[in-house]
Ligand binder design. Sequence first.
Ligand code: NG1
Ligand code: MG
Length: 524
Amino acid sequence: MSGPVPIANSLEDIYTPDALDTQTKRWNNLLSKFESTYGHQPEFVSRSPGRVNIIGEHIDYSLYSVLPMAITADAILAVSTHLPAPKEGTFRIQIANVQDSKFKSREFDIPYDSVDIDSTVHEWTNYFKSGLRGALELLRKKHGADFKPKSMQILMDGTVPAGGGLSSSAAFVTASALAVMAANGEQTVDKKELTELAIVSERAVGVNSGGMDQSASVFSERGSALFVSFTPTLLARPVSFPPTSPELTFLIAQSFVTADKFVTGPIHYNLRVVECTLAAAYLNAVLNPPGTLLPGDASPLGISLHGFHETYFALSEHNSGATSSKSVSEQLEELLQLTKQTLTKEEGYTRSEIATVLGLSSVDDLNQKFTSRFPVRAERFKLRQRAIHVFNEALRVLKLMDLLENSPSSSSSSSSSTTTDLNSRLGALLNETQDSCREVYECSCEEIDRICAIARKAGSYGSRLTGAGWGGCSVHLVPADKVDAVKESLEREYYSKLELTEEQREGAVVVSKPGIGSALYLGG
Ligand code: NG1
Ligand code: MG
């Protein structure tokens, strides 16, 4: 699955036939606006899509595997590199947006060796700058520390709804990093390298995120979902859904409750990252031999529940079952029991309680290690609930993969009964995830819960929030012959009660076809 980001020679290489008309018009608009803005045609276009997450919610930053798929909506950046350098030691970036009314165009003169990003302001160009910073680090690694980056003129168009749980931010950061690589002569960009730099780059914008979005944005292949693992190293492989009749579709429904992780991070997303990390440290302190250190890993704060999982079962007495070592599923079941016996306080744990168990000298020491980079606001940390969700969700991903890859209908031609059975079993897993997100992880919201109930009543096999939650989008597993019924019910019982623009109403519910990931379009 690794290898270079594909070079697209035409839009047919990027979009599914049903999207081609709209995208051709959109790309022509981008290219002509580029000409009118900068007075010449761009040299290339860099493209990265958003994604919907099918299952595996809020477990990527704990380094458990997830199953997203790329959608059609994407970020596209038209680029040229004719601009002369402003003065010795600096390069110039001019960046504009086709939705210029909302995003004012900007110009930056940047010293070769440092891209400063003020992550305390919510400025749209910060996402470009985070991709730029990551790409420059990679370019300096390849060409030496005194690498001189090219000046760039950029026009951007993003159609992934922001704050919608469809990874608008990751699409923009990844497309930006790819654009900088290509502008500086790297047209064969390795997918794994691009993904890893996009993951680290995005954290510079103030959200302590996992790696699912960037992986889906880069690695996805048309017609397939993507199974992404993060440890021992990043790995992504396509997964296809068995052919069923009627065809199974994924519906994406907006809640129009904006969930801006940048703003709510301290009480929502970034707090969950801290709670999971502290749960790992706590379980390690209590269940592993005194002095056991968790391995440093690629998780946002450097240690994770997966790290605890590995360490615990690496100790032979825990792993040797009657026959051979336990399967991952058996290990996860055991971790669930251990968690319930060890993290017994439903009301959560105070900083001082945690510091004591971790053997830290003070709460300041705890804050310095876990909450200094991204501040969080909480008196108590619900370690029990977050760890239970993570281990259960990791189990659900394995169960869904088992259904996809080992169910009878995936091998032989499926009779309608096995199809319905398979679809309802897939859907049941998605519904369990929604229950856990709502009750245990507390990252849903009343609007999303209502949308899921409406969709299920109208024929969805499985309905749940997708992405970080607290608003944003939902994903629904709907047989093709029920899509209209679900859309109509959502319109009648949910959207009709909202003040929506025509454009919002158009994009409220979309059928998402699994699309290709990042691509470089060299035009011509
Ligand atoms: P969204 O809401 O699509 O940005 C976020 C994280 C993911 C993952 C999901 C929850 C960022 C950039 N992405 O996705 O890493 O943790 O929430 O599964 O914050
Ligand atoms: Mg995002």
